[in-house]
Ligand binder design. Structure first.
Ligand code: FAD
Length: 321
């Protein structure tokens, strides 16, 4: 379970559902692992989300994420739990940890999977490659520990079951001086509490067509009614309309929300690389042959400055009911 400052990343709940599904076919059970300082109270509620057991590594030295001590902590949990399969979300932390733990344990490892299914002792995984142009299938051998990072929203989180309980097992970890080589002096948030594009179920993105930072207001208003994060194309970020932390694409962030609304974005291949995995794509563009329409489930040939405020108005009405 990925957590920062006591908040569990929603993608982790999706992994618990997948783990429960895998456990059904492999005859095992789904168990969770929590690492950090003061994380033990977060463990019991995980029973409702399908964890039959939770390993908690609660240590002041793990207060903030650092790759080396966290990898040591995950390995300590692997020693305690002896799992066949370990899942991480495909996040910066998940990728970082999965590869380190994989190397330490000589595991079979696949990053950014969209499908994970058991076949005998092996694990069949599907993952997009070459910026989403291909989808490749791999088999992870059951002769080794199998580790996969799973793309956010590739699986849905099951609704919590009231009354379900879990065993909480504390795990202690002894960190070496090598683990402690890196220390964190200060963390400065650049997002100041604004929803990150990689974590939101809905992303409303804008392109160069927005023409200014001020004009992005029209997207922020729509985002507010949809409880969405605001993203942007590289052209919009390079022009200074939005910070690069919001850039979606090959050199930005990869997002896989339930709904992606692309406003005034042409649909260059580098942009598609960051959002084509979204469940439903809506595109608003004045140009009827804009490439974005090739990947869109719903295309609106319209001026965004006319259509987006109308959408905001209508969603407000719907939400009011
Ligand atoms: P434009 O291409 O200028 O498109 C604007 C669109 O808005 C047009 O389709 C136009 O018809 C439409 N429009 C204009 N006015 C309106 C209106 N009033 N209402 C509705 N529609 C309107 N790009 C990314 O986004 N992310 C990346 O990570 C990224 N990485 C890159 C990496 C490399 C190595 C390279 C070479 C490029 C990368 N790019 C990336 C840039 C990419 O190639 C495009 O240049 C960029 O995505 C274009 O942004 P845009 O669609 O906002 O702008």
């Amino acid at each position: 379970m990925e957590q920062r400052a006591g908040r569990i990343n929603p993608a982790s709940y999706q992994l618990l559902s997948l783990a429960a599904e895998l456990a059904k076919s492999t005859g095992g059970q789904s168990e969770a692992c929590l690492i950090g300082q003061g994380v033990t109270p977060l463990a019991s509620p995980l029973g409702a989300h399908g964890a039959r057991k939770v390993y908690a590594v609660d240590d002041a030295a793990l207060a903030m994420y650092r790759a080396m001590p966290y990898a040591t902590a995950v390995c300590a949990v692997i020693d305690a739990a002896d799992p066949a399969i370990v899942l991480f979300p495909t996040t910066a932390m998940g990728r970082d940890l999965a590869s380190r733990v994989g190397a330490r344990r000589r595991a079979a490892l696949a990053i950014d999977c969209t499908e994970v299914s058991p076949q005998g002792d092996d694990l069949l995984i599907t993952k997009p490659m070459y910026a989403g142009k291909f989808s490749a299938k791999f088999r992870l051998s059951g002769k080794r520990l199998q580790i996969a990072t799973v793309r956010t929203n590739a699986y849905s989180a099951a609704a919590p079951q009231s009354g379900a309980t879990t065993d909480v097992q504390p795990v202690t970890v002894s960190l070496s001086s090598a683990d402690q080589r890196l220390s964190i002096k200060e963390i400065v948030s650049t997002t100041s509490g604004v929803k990150d594009v990689t974590e939101a179920d809905v992303v409303v993105s804008g392109g160069r067509a927005l023409k200014s930072a001020d004009n992005f207001k029209v997207l922020y208003e729509l985002a507010e009614v949809l409880d969405a994060a605001v993203g942007a194309s590289r052209a919009a970020c390079d022009a200074g309309y939005q910070p690069h932390t919001r850039q979606v694409g090959l050199t930005g962030k990869v997002v896989t929300p339930k709904l992606y609304v692309a406003c005034g974005i042409d649909g260059a291949i580098q942009h598609l690389a960051g959002m084509r995995g979204s469940k439903v794509i809506v595109a608003v563009n004045t140009k009827k042959d804009a490439p974005i329409f090739k990947v869109a489930n719903y295309g609106c040939i319209a001026d965004l400055f006319t259509l987006v405020p109308l959408l905001t108005q209508e969603f407000k009405k719907l939400r009011a009911h």
